[in-house]
Design a protein around this ligand. Structure first.
Ligand code: IDP
Ligand code: MG
Length: 146
């Protein structure tokens, strides 16, 4: 099978601190690879506040914004650049709905996430929501691929 390369997308995936701490990185990567997407780059790091402010710019001012930044800087995350046709939409489908309680079984958040009664939803993964977001987020987490 030869893929046409001109319309291949990339998406920025994060295994969030809850997913990393619970040892779910391998399970997330397994699902990404089983779906057929390619891993382009992968890094384990504790995000800086500057990275998170840039990454979550659209959420500034929302009630969960500060809890979100605090949660996301609470420990290591795994940043992954994935690649494949329509992988932005495809990974969002794998991840499931934002609220892990409502996320459907079969999705990462639905199968592996739950509500912990805290102010920010801890939902295992992040995935870019558009080609524009993917390009912007790639420069934050993988400047060498931006
Ligand atoms: P997404 O991760 O599904 O794209 P966004 O709306 O971009 O969801 O929100 C970013 C992150 O902020 C979510 O993944 C979740 O961790 C947290 N979050 C979003 N909405 C809420 C909320 O209403 N309450 C608490 N946390 C939220
Ligand atoms: Mg989002």
């Amino acid at each position: 099978m030869t893929e046409t390369t001109d319309t291949i997308e990339r998406s920025l995936v994060l295994v969030k601190p809850d997913g990393y701490a619970r040892g779910l990185t391998g399970e997330v990567l397994r699902r990404v690879e089983a779906k057929g997407y390619r891993l382009v780059a992968l890094r384990v790091l504790v995000p800086t506040r500057d990275q998170l402010v840039a990454h979550y710019a659209e959420h500034q001012g929302k009630p969960f914004y500060e809890p979100l930044l605090e949660f996301m800087s609470s420990g290591p995350v795994v940043a992954v650049l994935i690649e494949g046709h329509r992988c932005i939409e495809g990974f969002r489908a794998l991840a499931g709905a934002t609220d892990p309680t409502a996320a459907l079984p079969g999705t990462i958040r639905g199968d592996l996430g739950r509500d912990w009664g805290v102010r920010v939803q801890q939902n295992i993964v992040h995935g870019s929501d558009s080609p524009e977001s993917a390009a912007r987020e790639t420069t934050i987490w993988f400047p060498e691929h931006g």
